[in-house]
Design a protein around this ligand. Structure first.
Ligand SMILES: Cc1cc2nc3c(=O)[nH]c(=O)nc-3n(C[C@H](O)[C@H](O)[C@H](O)COP(=O)(O)O)c2cc1C
Length: 173
């Protein structure tokens, strides 16, 4: 049940030393391609990174950095052509969320690493650093990196009784 998957998904930052199978990677990427986008423009593109040296370099994209990425077997970098759509951020975010829920459904853990609006150094944006490493053409912005792999940490699913129900409104605020 999708709701069970949603309740069980937690950010996973420790991964087993185990590859993500090609069949599962294909499903993750197809889920991204199936995500909705404004006017069906689909401005996003996805870079699946499995090269361990590249993963190590990407883990240095921010200071303080997402060090755990160096020990993940897989990252999916979500980028978008900002000239194609004024709402590329929303489109890219939805695709990333679809990937995270699919990962959970496949028994994988994941964690979103924020890239947009973040800095590698005071002078260099995280996305400039990443674009150099992955040879991403200039017209693309980097939204986030998803670290993905088999979980090596046990996180409890959320409890329905602890949800912030005060944030729900009916009809009027
Ligand atoms: C937009 C966004 C940006 C995030 N950025 C980071 C990040 O840069 N590094 C990180 O370790 N986790 C990041 N996270 C994961 C959040 O910290 C995490 O979702 C939150 O603490 C709730 O925990 P949960 O995912 O286990 O429910 C991000 C999540 C979102 C949605």
């Amino acid at each position: 049940m999708l709701f069970h998957t949603i309740k069980s998904r937690r950010s996973i930052r420790r991964f087993k030393n185990q590859e993500v199978e090609k069949e599962k990677l294909d499903i993750l990427l197809k889920s991204a391609l199936l995500s909705p986008s404004s006017r069906a423009i689909r401005p996003w593109q996805f870079i699946a990174v499995t090269d361990l040296e590249l993963l190590k370099q990407l883990s240095l994209c921010r200071e303080p950095g997402p060090k755990f990425l160096a020990d993940a077997p897989l990252a999916i970098v979500v980028i978008a052509d900002r000239a194609l759509s004024d709402v590329w951020v929303e489109d890219a975010s939805i695709a990333a969320a679809f990937i995270q829920l699919t990962a959970q459904d496949l028994g994988l853990g994941s964690c979103w690493i924020q890239v947009r609006e973040r800095f590698h150094t005071e002078q260099e944006k995280a996305e400039e650093f990443i674009s150099k490493i992955l040879e991403i053409p200039e017209q693309y912005s980097v939204e986030c990196i998803l670290a993905i792999g088999y979980p090596a940490e046990d996180k409890k699913p959320y409890k329905e009784s602890e949800l912030q129900y005060q944030k729900i409104h009916y009809n009027k605020f």
